[in-house]
Design a binder for this molecule. Sequence first.
Ligand SMILES: Cc1cc2nc3c(=O)[nH]c(=O)nc-3n(C[C@H](O)[C@H](O)[C@H](O)COP(=O)(O)OP(=O)(O)OC[C@H]3O[C@@H](n4cnc5c(N)ncnc54)[C@H](O)[C@@H]3O)c2cc1C
Length: 403
Amino acid sequence: MQSTDPINSYVIVGGGTAGWISAAILARTLQNTTAKMTVVESPHIPTIGVGEATIPSIVDLVEFLNIPLHDFILKTNATFKLGIKFIDWQQKNHHYWHPFGYIGNKIDGKPFYQHWLKYNKNNGNLNFTDFSPAIALAKQNKFFVADPKYPTNLSSSTYALHFDAGLVAEYLQQYCKQHNVIHIQAHVKTTQLNNQGEISHVVLDNAQQIAGDFFIDCSGQKALLIQKALRVGYRNWQHFLPVDKAIAVQSNKQEILKPYTESTAHEHGWRWQIPLQNRTGNGYVFSSDFCNVQEAINVLENNVQNWITDPKTITFTTGQREKTWYKNCLAVGLSAGFLEPLESTSIYLIMKTMLNFVKNLPRQKIYPATTNEFNRLVDKEYEDIRDFIILHYCETKRTDSPL
Ligand SMILES: Cc1cc2nc3c(=O)[nH]c(=O)nc-3n(C[C@H](O)[C@H](O)[C@H](O)COP(=O)(O)OP(=O)(O)OC[C@H]3O[C@@H](n4cnc5c(N)ncnc54)[C@H](O)[C@@H]3O)c2cc1C
């Protein structure tokens, strides 16, 4: 690509959650233009197959894509999520909540937490989160969508979704096809660079060459473009957050669907439980320095009944790509980094990265000032989330295990 040519064709490598969310955001943004968008997905490499809990911005994404929310919910087996219940984290037989939405209302123009701090200092015995509408609903396994026309005390609760990641990818794939995205099922064998060190095309195992002006690397942990071809390094954060493996297993659906994610702390990590309409997603995230795979499976066996799948082991390195946007390539999803899913933030990072990207969509030349500022903002998102996750471990008073 010459620097004066228009940037008009986008190639997305990878058809997991990141690939299809990226393609859908691009397709929506570039509808009614001549832009060409292609998703290349390997038929040989499965998607990671987890990633089922979200934060409220997912609802904004569905709206941005102009998708009817009820249709999305029905077709992805989604349930509503009002927050996360952290069990045994601070100490055993104790729990705390991270609810969505506001907690308390302003009084005399001052934030509610200021009043609560004063109340607490004067020996008040109610927790701050006792004033959260989302928790009040969650505790009773209830849910409602607030009608802005009729505000009530519960109106300030917001919600996210739990869903089947595979069905979400399928749903967005259909959406993309309706929005003129080309889908190629083939394996990328090599990536070719031009003499400016930018990606010119990818070569597929059927010998086809797919050229593009801009490439989006959604190839998951393989990071085919950003790392393998462009050699952008990775910031390893395992010294901050030592968990590095997960076992995921699905079980029968809950009799009463809980409108929240559960995160239960164990000796060597923590366990998630995510209710869907038709089944429950479970997993144990742990540090392999302290626990082997069989011991982790035992933890799941002792705590989760009625498995409907075999356990699946996933290994990861917590960290972030040194540059998310480099030359004519943007890394999105696992190729860009990974933080343990304690606050369900990976899909948020996918959509945030892409929504920021389409705001800065380069027309011809890619300016270093744009990529530098873009990368600075992405770094801040990752670091803020990283520090928030670290806080959960700092707050624990448990001393029953080295982790
Ligand atoms: C244990 C665990 C739990 C998680 N839980 C959550 C959660 O609750 N909430 C949340 O938001 N996120 C969660 N995540 C993160 C979430 O799963 C990922 O961010 C998300 O699925 C994005 O994955 P991806 O699309 O980047 O990669 P993948 O799903 O791995 O997809 C990679 C794609 O690249 C393709 N590919 C690879 N190589 C080639 C090639 N050579 N040629 C062509 N195509 C290729 C593959 O075929 C595949 O389509 C979790 C992650 C883990 C590990």
